[in-house]
Write a protein that binds this ligand. Structure first.
Ligand code: ZN
Length: 295
């Protein structure tokens, strides 16, 4: 499998912003960590790729939380990306099985649901977090993200996201493209539309051996492209023993004492990456002490 990478470029003298990512490895990593069934892997993979693309429109060290809260059986899909190419995520119900669509594709729209919201939170560091949401359009993720960007952020955007799951249920290809019209770029709307049609299915292009930069050039067509940056992408979680202990302090004293006396410790699994933390009686007593001190 080729390395995961993001390419940032502009076209038409900066009037179009172009971002493309190959995310096959990190989506496969998420599938293994969470034991995702194919349609869950596709929904989370598209969402993680979308979050990474959005995070690249921000400055470094800022991060994006991407939530799909639909009425489908997956429950909720959450992806969290930083501007340095790191992403993590989970789905509420990873073991969802649905029949394929008539065209043979995974029914992500039905798994997510088409009633509900797409909610995006951008943490802009000093300026504090900014959250906004839009109604889901189809639950297919790319359409929902494009609609969110057009309505909530007023940036005309075209989005393509794809995850190809193989016969062995492993993720074979994953990636995405985000193309946006910058201020003054409205004259290029038609070029963008034609360019996205030329691109077609991202996973098909990746399977043909095209890389992220090729995808961007395919969208740009004859418009001149300037590539600004290429950065590696990977699955990265920020959890730590310390953070887990902070979360445990939010539990009631009774619950903590119960864990201490009955279970002689606690096992806590990070929902973002699946890592299991074991706290022995000593650590759990320490958590209780910290909680008592905060009172
Ligand atoms: Zn974690």
């Amino acid at each position: 499998m080729l390395p995961d990478v993001m390419v940032r470029a502009t076209a038409a003298d900066g009037h179009i912003r172009l971002l493309a990512a190959r995310t096959s490895r990190l989506v496969e990593s998420a599938r293994r960590r969470h034991d995702l069934y194919p349609v869950a892997a596709a929904a989370l993979g598209r969402s993680m790729t979308g979050a990474l693309l959005l995070a690249q429109t921000l400055k470094e060290n800022e991060h994006v939380t991407f939530r799909l809260l639909g009425d489908g059986p997956l429950g909720a899909v959450v992806a969290d990306a930083d501007g340095k190419g790191g992403v993590r995520g989970y789905v509420k119900q990873p073991h969802v099985l649905l029949p394929l669509k008539p065209n043979g594709k995974l029914d992500v729209g039905r798994a997510v649901g088409d009633h509900g919201i797409i909610a995006i939170s951008r943490d802009l560091g000093r300026e504090g977090p900014y959250s906004s949401s839009a109604p889901l359009v189809s639950g297919e993720v790319a359409e929902d993200l494009a609609s969110y960007l057009a309505t909530s952020e007023q940036v005309p955007s075209a989005v393509a996201l794809g995850v190809l799951v193989g016969r062995t249920q492993r993720v074979v290809q994953a990636g995405g493209v985000l193309a946006q019209l910058m201020p003054g770029g409205h004259g290029y709307a038609q070029d963008l539309e034609v360019g996205m049609q030329r691109l077609g299915q991202v996973t098909e292009r990746l399977s043909e051996g095209l890389g992220p930069e090729d995808l961007l050039r395919l969208v740009a067509g004859t418009l001149p492209v300037v590539v600004h940056e290429e950065c590696p992408l990977r699955f990265r979680c920020h959890c730590s023993r310390h953070r887990i202990e902070l979360v445990l302090q939010l539990l009631s004293t009774e619950d903590l004492q119960d864990m201490l006396q009955r279970d002689q410790g606690a096992e806590v699994r990070c929902q973002f990456c699946g890592k299991l933390y074991h706290l022995d009686t000593e650590r759990l007593t320490h958590v209780l002490d910290l909680k008592a001190r905060k009172r």
